[in-house]
Structure formats: C-alpha cells, structure tokens
Design a protein around this ligand. Structure first.
Ligand SMILES: Cc1cc2nc3c(=O)[nH]c(=O)nc-3n(C[C@H](O)[C@H](O)[C@H](O)COP(=O)(O)OP(=O)(O)OC[C@H]3O[C@@H](n4cnc5c(N)ncnc54)[C@H](O)[C@@H]3O)c2cc1C
Length: 386
C-alpha cells in the first residue's frame, strides 16, 4: 500500500521505536492480517489473539517492567496502536486494554492491586475493559445508576452497562459506580471486577453495529455481585470521577492516533486504486478531479498528523492538557469522516462493496466521532478555555 503522507519521522520516534514499529508490522502481517476477513464475516475475533499479541510483547508496552510490562512510555503504545489501524484491525480492543485500563490501575491502584492485576493484563491472561456507559447515560457520567453499596467487609454491585468494548472477552472490568448514590461526581468510585466466576455477573448481547464488526462490544449486567473491599480502585471512595477526568485525555489522544492511521490507510488504498482503474480510456488518477480531491485530502491529513505528533510529544513529557487532547480527538475524527467519504467515492460502486477495505474503513470511522466522549462534549471542553 502506498505510504500516502510520507512525512519525516517525528522527533519523538527514537531508533528503538522504529524497531518496535517494524516488529509490530511483521507480527500483524504474519499472525493477524491473513485472518481479518474471516473474523469480519464471523463478527468476532478469537480469544487467542490476545495471547498471541501478549507473546509478541505488544500488550501493556508502557507499563513498568516490575509489573510485567515492557517498561516503555506512551510513545510505545502509540507506535503499536498506529500499526493496528494501518493493518486494518480497528476492531481490536488492545489500545483500550493497554492504554486505558492498565493506566488506571498503575496510577490509582494500591501496590497490592498493581501486583495482582498488571502482570496478568500484560501477559494476556486477563483482558481488560472499562464500563462507564449505561443504557440511560453516556455523556453525563455523574448520572450513572450502577451502585456499589457497602455490605459486610466489601460491596454489592448492581447495575447494567452497555456498549462495552471487550465485553465478551473481558476478565477484568473497571466499573464506574456510585458508592454514594446521593452525591453527584463525589459519589462516583471505580470498582474492579474480576469476572471469573463472579456470582451475579452476566454478559449480555454482543451488539450488532454499523462498523467494527468483529469487535465484541457488549452489554454487561451486575446483580448483587459481591466484591471484596480491595475491589475499590485505590483506598478512598468518591475519587472515581476525578480519576476519570485525569485519564480521559490519554483516551482521546489514542482515538486521534487511531484516526490519523485510518486516514493514512484510506489514502494509501485509494491512491493505489485510482492508479490502476480506468474510465474513458484514462486512469482515474488522470482526471483532474481525482488529483484535486486527493491533493486536498493529503494536505489536510499532513497538517493533522503534524498536530498529532505535537500532542504525542507533549503527552510523553507529561504536558498534554485536556483542551488540546480534546481538540485532537475532535479534529482528527471529523477529518477521518470527511476523508473516508471522499476516498470511497473514488472507488465508485466498488467502494460500496463490503469486500473492499475502503467500505469497512468508512463504516468503522463513524464511531470515532461518538466514543471516548462525543465530539459535542469535546467542543464543550474546548469552549471552556475560550
Ligand atoms: C463501538 C462503541 C464502543 C464503545 N466502547 C465503550 C467502552 O468501552 N466503555 C464505555 O463506557 N463506553 C463505551 N462506548 C459508549 C460511548 O462512550 C458513548 O456512546 C458516548 O459517550 C455517548 O454516550 P451516549 O451514547 O449515551 O449518548 P448521549 O450522552 O445520550 O448523547 C446523545 C447526543 O447528545 C449529545 N449531547 C449529550 N450531552 C450534550 C451536551 N451537554 N451538549 C451538547 N450535546 C450533548 C451527544 O453529543 C450526542 O450527540 C462505546 C460506544 C460505541 C458505539
């Protein structure tokens, strides 16, 4: 596939990261890409994908070695996440597992919690999920109705969650719940559920979706699930909302990374296609309209990637603020929507056919404007800085 943007390596990309990029690309080409069509048809990818990815050293790359990780930084996760998208495996829940679930435990867990869970997330023994959204609330997280009420030495968890990435595979779920239902944000805590044989825990449907067909996005139900006191992430109740607010910028940056890689893939596939398809005795690339469309897309994508690299660099230094992360998520997911639409058009009828990757990309792209905080919520956050 044509490397559509062909930018020089960003400053944050060290020699070690270049090797990681090559290693990830080789692993995906050998172990993942040959199966993607089948998983897409099955609407499911198998559990052993997690074990294989862990064995290749690609889970929890930014977690410290003492907790089973690779001892890298966010830049390591960024390199790996980009490769999943370039390979067309956007349905994989690993960016969430490594870049969202594991950091909550690393940043807010007690020493005992970190030792208990992080090595198992890094080895693929456990698949992680985070359950914030509920049937009645998504954007307004203070309004969650799931409760974790004190019971004996521990808690009883009750509630239902929906749209949860990794919902069928997950062995460890961070559940956003109210430990004090009378309070708003101050009543929210993060409860870590080991699904194992947890009584009262039930997985609901794997939801049928517009895109990301093989992803196991699911409903989850908790009915009087008994939890030990140590299931509370950290040591103090009522910290959940603040923990979420601190971690969400990274989640937004991950979506922006995903968006740019999907744009690169869309442009690469399209450039290859228009160079071989013919109409009216010419190649499609020879029409000025095609050249202008792709020139516009390439210009916008190049500017967006430079902004993304700026954000990654700042985040690795611990300097990325919520507003800038929200801008990257908003801008890049909107651009992805526009570019996949324009690229698909250049494929004509083939662009509408499921067997053409551009068709899947177009469908997969839509959710980036919705999850990790909708783009309307991003604009609210950005507007607060005006
Ligand atoms: C494929 C997929 C995977 C997902 N994975 C996860 C996951 O792993 N974990 C998880 O917890 N959730 C997950 N989600 C849920 C996702 O985060 C929510 O769908 C999203 O946050 C929006 O919540 P909602 O669907 O309840 O929409 P609502 O909050 O009901 O919003 C509906 C509309 O109203 C707008 N709106 C809401 N509030 C405002 C406001 N104040 N101002 C202006 N407009 C507003 C929204 O932008 C949206 O357009 C996933 C969703 C999908 C589709």
């Amino acid at each position: 596939m044509t490397n559509a943007l062909n930018l020089p390596r960003p400053a944050w990309m060290s020699e070690e990261l270049v090797l990681l990029e090559e290693q990830t690309r080789r692993f995906l080409a050998a172990e993942i890409v040959p199966h993607l069509d089948r998983w897409h048809e099955d609407h499911f990818y198998p559990r052993d994908v997690w074990n294989k990815t862990a064995k290749a050293g690609l889970l929890c790359a930014s977690m410290p070695e003492e907790y089973g990780g690779a001892g890298g930084t966010f830049a390591h996760d960024a390199v790996i996440d980009r490769e999943y998208s370039l390979a067309g495996f956007d349905a994989f829940g690993a960016p969430l597992h490594s870049g969202i679930v594991a950091p909550y435990i690393l940043h807010y867990g007690t020493e005992e919690q970190k030792r208990r869970w992080l090595p198992r997330l890094a080895s693929g023994e456990m698949v992680g999920a985070i359950a914030m959204s509920e049937p009645g609330t998504g954007s307004d997280l203070q309004a969650v109705r799931t409760t974790a009420k004190r019971s004996g030495n521990g808690y009883l968890l009750n509630g239902s969650k929906t749209f949860i990435t990794n919902g069928q595979h997950a062995d460890l779920i961070i559940v956003v719940a109210k430990t004090d239902p009378k309070q708003g944000a101050k009543g929210v805590s993060l409860m870590v559920v080991e699904t194992g044989d947890a009584p009262g825990f039930r997985r609901g449907r794997k939801l049928k979706k517009l895109g990301l067909d093989s992803a196991d996005t699911s409903e989850l139900f908790f009915e009087d699930v008994p939890l030990p006191a140590e299931a509370l992430l950290g040591i103090e109740e009522g910290q959940g909302f603040y923990q979420l607010m601190k971690e969400l910028p990274q989640e937004r940056l991950i979506v922006a990374i995903n968006a740019i890689a999907m744009i690169e893939r869309a442009l690469g596939l399209t450039i290859d296609y228009v160079k071989q398809r013919q109409a009216f005795g010419k190649k499609i690339i020879d029409f000025q309209n095609t050249q202008f469309v792709l020139a516009e897309c390439k210009s916008e994508a190049t500017a967006a990637k430079v902004f993304l690299d700026h954000c990654i660099e700042r985040h690795v230094k611990g300097e990325l603020d919520t507003v800038t992360a929200s801008m990257a998520k908003y801008l890049h997911s909107e651009l992805l929507g526009r570019i996949t639409d324009r690229c698909l058009q250049l494929f004509g009828g083939y662009g509408y056919m499921d067997e053409y990757p551009i068709s899947r990309l177009y469908r997969d792209a839509r959710v980036l404007r919705i999850y990790a905080g909708t783009n309307e919520i991003m604009k609210l956050l950005i507007a607060r800085s005006l």
